[in-house]
Design a protein around this ligand. Structure first.
Ligand SMILES: Cc1cc2nc3c(=O)[nH]c(=O)nc-3n(C[C@H](O)[C@H](O)[C@H](O)COP(=O)(O)OP(=O)(O)OC[C@H]3O[C@@H](n4cnc5c(N)ncnc54)[C@H](O)[C@@H]3O)c2cc1C
Length: 432
């Protein structure tokens, strides 16, 4: 009997260690340090590096890639259980060496990079020595990659890149970008693009400005508007075959989306915990909030949302491990991606409401989390697109009928049942 909802004892012990380590040593860093991506900052070196060493010693470092891909990982299901803890803290993914977008970029490099690219970029990325950025979305449209215009033109042994990219997260901290370019504009829509590693110090890689989300101060954001101006990269920096950029992107995006979902569970749990604590602490009209049925409904609905989302994420992670082929889990990942913003949004909204004025104040992280729920409905493709993917994948398993009344109408089913069993149950059939 293979269905089992328990974590094995040895791994649970590691998770318990991680939970305490996060609470006591990592979450406090969220309160005192700036960006988790500033690897060269003296405060980072002094405070974060020793914690990374502790994680390495425990064997929990960079668990997103398995040994066959150059990592130390142990599959997506175990990663999910770890990531839902890491999701609670801003610094946790960096301390454990599994932060976006480096995880997805490492996955592309592991699958498609030459040995030289792996030595130069994958290993330092997995070691936490350098940061990376993924440069795909363009200012004129992100949801429809067939509209992309950033071109890479072959010139001898090099490609010359010209164009613009929008929301290339962490480009300001990155040593290299993985850029999606159009190399074959006349090919069918999904065979026009090619992916390249572009070192950020290459002449012509220019950050127009760093865009922030919400009320981040102008220029303080981490999502770069990048202009590529006659950027030359060697042919050997190509990732995957020419014209196969869309397929290469899927390698990255599948993993990236489920990792966001795992961490989102952590954020939802955080909001849920706050809501429960507040309900048991605040009095109004002679009773605690927890005694009011409309508050109880918020808690019950949030628990159901969270637990059912968590099961969907864990099952999807399990299926990724089982099939080791993202194409076979497209439906599951699309479902997770489409469910994530709604679950996150609804739980955080209820938590805000239960906290009243404190909930909307700048003394709780809840308004930022609410914005985070919208980000989850946009980054890595908007919810609408994932719902379309999900519906299409589901509908592949069905067939329509040309009959005027479909076979599942009760008269048709009854007729079929009589044909099958009529002789044996004469009396009931007569009564119909
Ligand atoms: C915080 C954050 C980080 C990001 N990081 C990166 C990154 O590192 N690298 C990178 O390349 N990109 C990144 N992105 C960009 C992200 O991938 C795009 O924002 C996303 O693909 C949507 O593209 P768009 O913003 O151009 O929206 P548009 O394509 O303009 O779409 C706008 C809206 O139109 C609707 N819509 C679009 N298509 C459909 C459809 N088929 N059916 C129905 N409605 C539809 C949706 O409501 C959608 O939200 C990031 C975005 C965010 C918010």
């Amino acid at each position: 009997m293979a269905w089992d909802f328990e974590t094995d004892k040895e791994y649970q012990a590691l998770l318990d260690w991680a939970e305490e380590f996060l609470e006591t040593k990592v979450e406090p860093l969220d309160m005192v340090l700036g960006s988790p991506m500033e690897y060269q900052d003296p405060d980072f070196i002094r405070n974060v590096r020793p914690l990374q060493d502790e994680v390495r010693k425990k064997g929990l470092w960079a668990c997103h890639l398995g040994p066959e891909l150059g990592g130390l990982g142990f599959g997506q299901l175990k990663l999910a259980l770890l990531n839902e803890l890491l999701g609670r803290s801003r610094f946790a993914p960096v301390v454990f060496g599994c932060q976006a977008p480096d995880t997805g970029n490492a996955e592309i490099l592991a699958h498609y990079g030459s040995d030289e690219l792996k030595d130069r970029y994958l290993q330092p990325l997995l070691n936490g020595e350098m940061a990376s950025s993924y440069s795909m979305t363009e200012p004129q449209g992100g949801s429809d990659p067939t509209q992309f215009k950033c071109m890479a033109v072959e010139d001898g042994d090099e490609y010359v890149i010209n164009g613009e990219k929008w929301f290339s997260s962490n480009a300001r901290y990155a040593s290299f970008l993985i850029a999606m370019t159009v190399t074959d504009p006349d090919a069918p829509a999904h065979e026009r693009a090619t992916m390249f590693v572009v070192p950020t110090d290459t002449p012509g890689v220019n950050i127009v400005r760093n865009v922030g989300v919400g009320d981040e101060a102008p220029g303080e954001g981490t999502h770069a508007y990048v202009r590529y101006e006659d950027v030359r990269v060697p042919r050997s920096n190509m990732l995957g075959p020419r014209g196969k950029g869309f397929a290469v992107a899927q390698t990255r995006l599948g993993g990236g989306r489920i990792h966001h979902a795992m961490r989102t569970i952590g954020q939802c749990k955080r909001a849920f915990d706050m809501m429960c604590q507040r309900s048991l602490s605040r009095n109004t009209k002679g009773e605690i909030l927890a005694d009011k049925q409309m508050v109880q409904e918020k808690i019950a609905d949030s628990w159901i949302d969270l637990e059912s989302f968590r099961m969907l994420v864990l099952r999807t992670a399990w299926r990724i491990d089982k099939y080791n082929d993202y194409l076979k889990v497209r439906k599951d990942i699309a479902a997770v991606k489409a469910a994530m913003p709604r679950v996150y949004h609804d739980i955080v909204s209820r938590c805000i409401q239960v906290h009243g004025s404190l909930g909307v104040s700048n003394e709780l992280p809840l308004t930022g989390m609410l914005l985070g729920s919208y980000v989850m409905g946009i980054a890595d493709g908007p919810t609408e697109v994932h719902k379309v993917t999900l519906a299409r994948q589901i509908l592949r398993e069905y067939e329509g009928t040309e009959d005027l009344f479909p076979p599942y109408t009760l008269p048709n089913r009854r007729a079929a049942a009589i044909a099958q069993f009529g002789d044996m149950i004469e009396r009931e059939v007569e009564n119909w």
